[in-house]
Design a protein around this ligand. Structure first.
Ligand code: CA
Length: 237
């Protein structure tokens, strides 16, 4: 229907809920907002999916069989993923909520809730600039101060253009995950209605960034995933 590259990419949301009926109605409700929704029914599935794909938001049920929502959250934050997480819970005790927040949840919704309320909370999290984001982002001996917009590798400052800082920050916020050119086009270049692809521009930009960040360091951090996109990670991909 639309030209390739002409339609804006919708936010991607992962819904993690073990109860099939609830899962499907949540997914359906969020799809009505024209958001792109993927679902997982176990913590293990969620962790696997989050390791492969970048999301803009995770709607996470606390009570899951075997591993629970907190395990997913801890795994996510443990790997440095900063994606906002909206936790669903039937638990009302204050200590439970504190546990969730300490584990890195961004917001809570108490079950049962109205779909409209869920959508409103999701919207708020999707809008929040740098929701749950930390000032310092690190990968190996590379670190980026997102406030001062200064990148350092092994204590040495790397001179980057503003666009290069944007790209590096985006890669670091999706650390370990594949970042596609379409994601960079949408979120960094913020060009959603172009008729022509920015792929070449993006490739050249990444090449320059890589030269500055990796140079002739033995351990390269920025990896090309052929035909798909890029990934920043400590271990070679
Ligand atoms: Ca559940």
């Amino acid at each position: 229907m639309t030209e390739p590259g002409a339609a804006p990419l919708p936010p991607r949301i992962l819904v993690v809920e073990d109860e099939p009926k609830t899962r499907e109605s949540l997914a359906e409700g969020l799809r009505l907002e024209e958001w792109e929704v993927q679902t997982a029914s176990t913590a293990e599935d969620a962790i696997a999916i989050l390791g492969r794909t970048a999301f803009d938001l995770v709607v996470l049920d606390w009570m899951l069989p075997q591993k629970d929502g907190i395990d997913v959250l801890q795994d996510l934050r443990g790997r440095g993923l900063q994606v906002p997480v909206l936790m669903l819970t039937a638990r009302t005790a204050l200590s439970d909520r504190v546990e969730g927040l300490d584990s890195g949840a961004d917001d809570y919704l108490l079950k049962p809730f109205a779909l409209a309320e869920l959508v409103a909370r999701c919207r708020a999290l999707l809008r929040r600039p740098g929701a749950g984001f930390e000032r310092w982002l690190r990968c190996g001996d590379l670190q980026l101060d997102t406030r001062a917009r200064i990148a350092m590798r092994s204590e040495r400052e790397i001179a980057l253009t503003p666009r290069e800082v944007d790209v590096l920050e985006y890669l670091l916020r999706h650390q370990g995950q594949i970042v596609t050119r379409a994601m960079l086009e949408r979120d960094v270049w913020k060009q959603e209605h172009r008729m022509t692809s920015l792929d070449n521009v993006i490739d050249v930009q990444i090449m320059r960034l890589r030269r500055k960040v990796d140079g002739d360091a033995a351990d390269r951090l920025i990896h090309t995933i052929r035909g798909v996109g890029y990934r920043i990670a400590k271990e070679s991909a």
